[in-house]
Design a protein around this ligand. Structure first.
Ligand SMILES: [Zn+2]
Length: 148
């Protein structure tokens, strides 16, 4: 990636505020953001101001693990009716419940052939620049197997 591309990457918004980092100028630097409650230790996805477990406002921002295990998954074969930002024409994709090394389970799109996934597979975070049909770009993520 040349320097001009790096500058443009910095300007790309996250797919959801507080969900992914990535101001380092390289999509490979995208990380999942999370929160850890100082009071009870609960870890959650995204930056939160209040603990989802105990209600405490003593929260620390953290980077979540970039590796995990496929807990279960489903295949989305129809275009979601609201908020879909993916490619047009729609292509079926797998949506996984991934247990991160942090111990939390998150819902995340899976990168790869929809018929190739197996429960229990080791997965890695795969940073992704999502290009919506209207031309917007977003810092996003998927999970992929280590062999893909
Ligand atoms: Zn808590």
């Amino acid at each position: 990636m040349n320097k001009a591309d790096a500058t443009s990457i910095d300007a790309i918004r996250p797919v959801r505020e507080g969900l992914v980092s990535g101001t380092a100028g390289d999509p490979a630097d995208i990380r999942l953001l999370g929160s850890r409650c100082v009071s009870c230790g609960e870890v959650s996805m995204g930056t939160n101001e209040v603990c989802l477990n105990c209600g405490s406002d003593r929260i620390s921002g953290i980077e979540l693990a970039s590796e995990g295990e496929l807990w279960t998954y489903t295949i989305i074969r129809h275009k979601p009716p609201v908020g879909y930002l993916g490619p047009e024409p729609f292509e079926p994709f797998a949506l996984g419940l991934v247990e991160l090394a942090d111990g939390i389970r998150i819902v995340a799109p899976l990168d790869g052939d929809v018929d190739s996934f197996e429960i229990g597979a080791r997965l890695r975070l795969k940073p992704w620049i999502l290009r919506s049909p209207d031309g917007q770009q977003y810092r996003a993520f998927r999970f992929a197997t280590f062999s893909s």
